[in-house]
Ligand binder design. Sequence first.
Ligand code: NAI
Ligand code: MN
Ligand code: ZN
Length: 337
Amino acid sequence: MKSVVIQEPEKLVIEERPIPQPLPGEVRLRVESAGICGSDVHIYRGHNPFAKYPRVIGHEFFGRIDAVGEGVESSRIGERVVGDPVVSCGHCYPCSVGKPNVCTSLQVIGVHRDGGFSEYITLPARNAHVVPDSIADREATMIEPFTIAANICSQMNPGPLDVALVYGAGPMGLTTIQALRGVYGVKEIIVADRLDERLAMAKESGADRIINNTDIDLASELSKLGIRPTLIVDAACHVSILPEAIGLASPAARIGIMGFSSEPCMISQQGITSKELTIYSSRLNSNRFPMVIDWMVKGKIAPEKLITHQFDYTHVINAMEIFEKDPKTCCKVLLKF
Ligand code: NAI
Ligand code: MN
Ligand code: ZN
């Protein structure tokens, strides 16, 4: 089989590898489609602290089960499934409290173990979620990115009284905007980004008001407009954002962060406590695949709006470069296997 392998930072090759056999409790997928994410590029460029090389990348993948390991019903063969990249132990403290995404022995498919940019992949059977026929292959490949939004929204519990501010209109911001609009029905959604093209996509995905904050102070702009966000999601993940968000938030607001920067930022106790703000963080997803599949079946989100490109996997280097260098015209890039 062919696999997309990062042999070492900056060295991507399409390698011939033996087709893996499913271990007990695992299934094997014939991968049909996969999505490129920022973290795949980070592994390629050597900027992911968790990655070990060589590594088959890809954690957003869809395919069909073509073999099962011992202990898995053979009736699962032929199922159309999407893979949850979070492989957890099931018994540590975080697993016991429903947060397998931060399991003490967390293995992320495509990061800690080989991923979905490959003709075949094996994974635990419980990580392979059945996709109803009403969800097309391309949409099914988008389930994982939406689980990130589902995870942060499930924690923050948005509602009809919320005035939401989303920083960043990349794939993460856009999935969040669609969820806030189509699933949670918040009162108003304001989106800030540095790129007008991305802001136009935000509007398409349900933003009421878009603000290009390249040259303006967002806090004073919002205050001029009389807007005090009650729910803020940082899907741009620049270190300057949390301090700014604390300043412009309404009293009793919730702030959600998803960034992984190790750079410190300056925040004060007073800024948080005087308004009794709640700050959530969210990593990957904790069993949110069924939730997102349900959103898609009910037509509450529109994943096609995020897909701007699709390539055959043999053009993966070109696909990764476009994804990396062209955020104005490029959002989600899919690979066909
Ligand atoms: P992206 O780079 O495509 O999108 C980020 C957007 O934010 C861009 O459109 C950019 O113009 C905008 N931006 C940058 N600085 C800004 C600022 N100061 N104010 C407003 N907008 C600004 O990235 P993508 O894929 O949407 O991911 C966003 C972030 O989420 C990344 O940092 C990534 O590491 C993180 N992430 C976290 C996950 C988690 O589970 N916690 C999962 C996936 C991504
Ligand atoms: Mn991803
Ligand atoms: Zn665990």
